[in-house]
Write a new protein. Sequence first.
Length: 47
Amino acid sequence: MSGVLSSGWPMKARHWSLPVPPEQGTRARVTRPAVQAPIVQVSHVAP
């Protein structure tokens, strides 16, 4: 489980570091309060 969370952290850092448009910003906001959002994304990336 730790590995899954670790993978989500670096991805988030990239979005926060890079200046993304308002559309992507909304995604980051939804992922912040919802811990299930990042887990679902990682699951799709690595089946």
